[in-house]
Write a protein that binds this ligand. Structure first.
Ligand code: PMP
Length: 456
């Protein structure tokens, strides 16, 4: 076995980490954190330090770590059939079973699921399907996609373009053309503090309408959004937002892609965020909670309306020219089946709603009155605490103060992981959906201590 020192050296010499300050890491200025094992909501590093993972990996470990039934399902599948492809009508028992389980849970108007590997590739698939759809319908100009500032949809070429966070585009020549960004439904960060929530919703709708009028509805194919804005700050939309936006999209015949990579499979206290907000999407993106990250698997769930046109397309053009080698990988599918069974058996969707509400409530009690805590918000087992320099006039700290990162580091010293979200001083919490009230208390107590240490 390698020593910790060897691991640290080999890591810095060989391993190109995603979303990492490459130079600092290579120089050894940032810690290399080597995780050894995990159980329930706790991870343990190579030094034996145990941490409560308040972000469930990257908000993906919905059922918690170390679940025997998923581990066994993966091992059994690997022994029986580790791989076969899904091209030209091929399948495996696991991939067919999982497709049925996903469709049994998806909103009624949805028809089929296409399996990929990551949230990014599922969104790439979605955009290709939207373009294909409009080409089949003889609308070759209807191709632009509207995303939102602060949206997160992946970091490929198309999906990195849809993502509305400058850090994911800078120096990569993104966004590509055909992509537009409109207002984020981020009431706390509204420019005009005198605006009511209802006025702010009207402002979001107006901005969208102006964009559609400027570009021409016949050039706009789809609108993509996360039911609750995730990486952009964990922001539930103001009341009435999705209703109003959906009405605009319907009026202009613009498709809706609900990116449920985070919100799918229970995170908001409902199986899907679309159900939570009454959305009727044409496509739903799923990943993360589909397997709780025990194996990589994602999906694009396609509506019946869209499916009919895709069928027509293949009648006219032959097989659809889109596929990955690992689409519907049986090991991912086996993990997905065991994972979805566990979500049902342990009532995790319900627990996400109830214990999530408890977590937000106790967090508000503990630090809601702190002069630098500007907003505590969330839905189900998804929560953010946003920090401000001054509460009364809602001014923010300078980015160079790196307050979010300092708070996350202080929290880590208290044994709890939260994520310093990339834009603004925001701590994000998305623990496994099996979180207990005692564990929620531990998160709150540690946060209280970290806030007091860093901000007084
Ligand atoms: N969509 C959303 C809403 C996400 O949060 C993420 C990942 N955080 C993605 C897409 C991309 O998923 P992946 O990292 O698996 O490509």
């Amino acid at each position: 076995m390698l020593t910790n020192d060897q691991l640290d050296r080999f890591d810095r010499e060989n391993f190109f980490h995603p979303s990492t300050h490459l130079a600092q890491h290579a120089r050894g200025e940032s810690p290399s954190r080597i995780v050894k094992t995990a159980k329930g909501v706790f991870i343990e590093d190579r030094d034996g330090k145990k941490l409560l993972d308040g972000f469930g990996g990257l908000y993906c470990v919905n059922v918690g770590y170390g679940r025997e039934s998923i581990i066994e399902a993966i091992a059994d599948q690997a022994k029986e059939l580790a791989y076969y492809h899904a091209y030209a009508g091929h399948g495996t028992e696991a991939s067919i079973n999982l497709a049925k389980m996903v469709m049994d849970r998806a909103p009624d108007h949805m028809s089929k699921v296409y399996f990929g590997l990551s949230g990014s590739d599922a969104n790439e698939t979605n955009i290709k399907l939207v373009w294909y759809y409009n080409n089949i319908l003889g609308r070759p100009e209807k191709k632009k996609i509207i995303s939102r500032r602060r949206g997160y949809h992946g970091s490929g070429l198309m999906t990195g373009s849809l993502t509305g966070l400058p850090g994911f585009q800078k120096k990569f020549d993104l966004p590509l053309d055909r992509i537009l960004h409109t207002e984020a439904p981020y009431y706390f960060r509204r420019d005009d503090l005198s605006m009511s929530e209802a006025d702010f919703v009207s402002h979001c709708v107006d901005e969208l309408e102006v964009m559609i009028a400027r570009e021409g509805a016949d050039t706009i194919a789809a609108f993509i959004g996360e039911p609750v804005l995730g990486t952009g700050g964990i922001v539930p939309p103001p009341a009435g937002y999705w209703e109003a936006i959906s009405a605009v999209l319907e009026k202009h015949d613009i498709m809706l892609i609900a990116d449920e990579v985070v919100t799918g499979f229970g995170r908001l206290g409902t199986m899907f965020g679309s159900e939570h907000y009454g959305l009727k999407p044409d496509l739903i993106t799923i990943a993360k909670g589909l397997t709780s990250a025990y194996a990589p698997l994602s999906g694009s769930i396609v509506s019946e309306k869209m499916w009919k046109v895709l069928e027509q397309g293949t009648d006219e053009n032959g097989p659809i020219g889109h596929g990955w080698t690992y689409s519907a990988h049986p090991i991912g599918a086996a993990a997905g089946i065991a994972n979805l069974k566990l979500i049902d058996e342990l009532n995790l969707v319900q627990n996400a709603g109830e214990t999530g509400a408890y977590l937000r409530h106790t967090m508000k009690e503990a630090i809601g009155d702190h002069p630098h805590v500007g907003d505590i918000r969330g839905e189900g087992m998804l929560m953010a605490v946003e920090f401000v320099k001054d509460k009364a006039d809602r001014t923010f700290f300078e980015a160079s103060d790196k307050m979010g990162y300092k708070l996350a580091a202080a929290l880590l010293s208290e044994g709890v992981i939260a994520r310093a979200m990339p834009e603004g001083d925001i701590l994000g919490y998305a623990p496994p959906l099996c979180l207990t009230r005692e564990e929620a208390d531990q998160i709150v107590n540690a946060t209280h201590k970290a806030v007091t240490t860093v901000l007084g």
